[in-house]
Design a protein around this ligand. Structure first.
Ligand SMILES: [Mg+2]
Ligand SMILES: [Zn+2]
Length: 183
């Protein structure tokens, strides 16, 4: 089965900036081309799993219901454009809670893909942060880092774990990815 993992903030929608969170649907803005990219992945037969840390829930910055509303509306917009997301998985915990799901740990990936036949070596994790590159690597996936604002080429030089590929945004990453294997 062809699968792909996507982080949410900074991949599908605009990242709110360092230390901040998307606290309501009003604050959620799709990045240019992201809905179209998800549609293309869907049409190419990919099962799409969204994997996102949302510690703002445990910090009390927004309730679980707000997160659920964001998810519902995001999926509605994606589906009405012809895309399909298999599941959206969040870690609501704080780093110090020591859960097994917060990226770069792989608990969310394991939970979301239970029962699916996935060759992780052939699967990409696309994200915009060091944690995304970390969780992708920990799960045995290939990683694509998007430079949508959070990171830049210079900062990556010092990372102990480097992304396999770097792209501008989800649109560029998906166009590139779908060209692979077409000979
Ligand atoms: Mg992100
Ligand atoms: Zn967690």
């Amino acid at each position: 089965m062809k699968a792909i993992f996507l982080d949410r903030d900074g991949v599908i929608n605009r990242d709110p900036g360092f230390g901040d969170y998307i606290k309501s649907w009003e604050e959620f803005q799709f990045l240019p081309g992201s809905i179209e990219a998800i549609k293309k992945l869907t049409e190419s037969g990919y099962e799409i799993f969204v994997i996102s840390n949302q510690a703002g829930v445990s910090k009390g910055l927004y309730p679980q219901e707000a997160l659920d509303e964001i998810t519902r509306n995001m999926l509605k917009a994606i589906e009405s454009s012809g895309g399909r997301v298999r599941s959206v998985t969040y870690c609501p915990h704080l780093p110090e809670q020591g859960c097994n799901c917060r990226k770069p740990k792989t608990g969310m990936i394991e939970g979301a893909t239970k029962g699916f036949d996935i060759d992780f070596k052939e699967t990409y994790f696309i994200g915009d942060s060091r944690l995304d590159v970390g969780v992708g690597r920990n799960a045995g996936c290939k990683t694509i880092l998007l430079l949508t604002g959070k990171e830049n080429q210079d900062g990556i030089k010092d990372w102990p774990i480097k992304p396999d590929f770097i792209k501008k945004d989800l649109r560029e990453a998906v166009e590139w990815l779908l060209k692979q294997g077409q000979g």
